[in-house]
Ligand binder design. Structure first.
Ligand code: CTP
Length: 393
């Protein structure tokens, strides 16, 4: 898919810059041409010589020297895609502001090619409201993101901020070029359970595995859609080329969904906990000798599907799921009306759907009901993605 594609790779300042070198190898192994642009910060972690050796192309690091050689406009035009990996906090802020004080900044303003950012920074810096706002602004302008992931960092700290692995970045670059009927469409998908804390060590949750939602996200991306997957805690890897937002509670899921808008379509497959604990204990609840079991007061969680269905930037197509054990169609119809969505995928959960590999569903819309045979969750994902593509055709 990347054969003959021209990738302009901007390497900004992060200790993770070594992964950019690994990414170049993967890109070239797929037949892509790669030219590297090194920022002043990037030059602290990767050398011009190593980038030149691995890309097999000249490396640009100076706006004025580049003007003499090829020029920032020509470099920007040359690229079929611009990848900023790693994207430091500072580079992200410069991109959000449209600053053009160096070669990378000029290219990022001048290019008409898709731009992918792979952030890498300390978790506190990634969580800072300034960075959150910068990333949201860039997303709203169509900049694509891969990561950051969680895992061991250079500093002994944890949380999201780690540069995605080279293979993940490669998948995200492939997704930039994905052709298909949903190319140019953004689809939001929710998946998995939510976890509602009781105290710092206990929570209320359910048995959703996230398999169906992940399969839907995978199938939509395969048809060329840009997919944002908001998922509760699951033991599944991120689908290739899909932007994954990991959350725990229903309220976090709602916030992540709202932040992902605008979207052309939204598919709500998550098994959201209907209730959360009204007063989450700040410390672990202790057994007091002689005292009985505690009473836990619950309160209603927001209904994410209903909220997005009446959101000011409502996606054109909103799809909900309904888990039913009896009178499946009847319940699905009333849910369609109550939640204000366009389709309900009614799920017959009287069998072993939770955690299992198969699903029996009925697609219920205002115009009718389609009964789908029992099939693998992957196939349900593919059929649903195909129906979404038909809707937009
Ligand atoms: N949903 C949601 N936010 C919630 C609850 C549910 O977005 N707080 C979404 C689910 O993702 C799913 C649909 O709403 O798309 C399911 O609706 P729900 O009212 O939870 O119905 P069921 O779980 O099917 O069951 P019941 O009607 O018996 O509660």
């Amino acid at each position: 898919m990347l054969h003959g594609r021209k990738i302009l790779l901007i390497v900004s300042g992060s200790v993770a810059a070594f992964k950019a070198l690994m990414l170049i190898r993967l890109l070239r192994a797929e037949g892509a041409r790669v030219r590297a642009v090194l920022t002043a910060g990037g030059a602290r972690f990767a050398t011009k010589e190593s980038l030149a050796a691995i890309t097999g192309e000249p490396v640009s690091d100076d706006l004025w020297a580049a003007e003499n050689e090829i020029g920032h406009i020509r470099l920007a035009r040359w690229a079929d895609a611009v990848v900023v990996a790693p994207t430091s906090a500072s580079r992200l802020a410069q991109m959000a502001q449209g600053l053009a004080g160096d070669l990378a900044g000029c290219i990022l303003l001048a290019t008409r090619a898709p731009v992918l950012a792979a952030p890498a920074m300390n978790p506190a810096m990634w969580a800072h409201p300034a960075t959150v706002a910068n990333a949201a602004l860039l997303r709203s302008r169509g900049i694509r993101f891969v990561g950051p992931g969680e895992g061991p960092m250079a500093e002994p700290e944890s949380g999201p901020g780690r540069l995605s692995e080279p293979e993940e970045m490669l998948a995200a670059i492939r997704a930039l070029f994905a052709e298909g009927p949903l190319k140019g469409r953004h689809v939001l998908v929710t998946a998995g359970p939510t976890q509602e804390p009781i105290d710092p060590v206990r929570y209320i949750s359910n048995r959703s595995s996230g398999k169906q939602g992940h399969a839907i996200a995978t199938a939509l991306a395969a048809l060329g859609a840009r997919v944002t997957l908001v998922t509760g805690p699951v033991a599944l890897p991120a689908p290739p080329g899909v932007e994954v937002k990991r959350i725990e509670t229903a309220r976090e899921m709602l916030a992540a969904c709202e932040a992902a808008l605008p979207a052309d379509a939204a598919i709500f497959n998550a098994a959201v906990a209907d209730w959360r604990v009204a007063h989450e204990a700040g410390q672990k609840l202790k057994k007091e000798p002689g005292a009985g079991a505690p009473t836990i007061e619950m309160t209603l969680n927001p209904d994410i599907l209903a909220a997005i269905s009446k959101h000011a930037s409502r996606p054109r197509l909103v799809v909900g799921f309904a888990a039913e054990t009896e009178r499946v169609i009847e319940h699905a119809r009333s849910k369609l009306a109550r939640k204000g969505c366009d389709w309900i995928v009614a799920n017959d959960v009287s069998g072993d759907v939770f955690g299992g590999g198969e699903n029996t569903v009925h697609l219920v819309s205002a115009t009718g009901v389609e009964d789908w045979p029992r099939m693998a969750k992957e196939e349900v994902g593919e059929r649903l993605a195909a129906r979404v593509a038909e809707f937009f055709a």
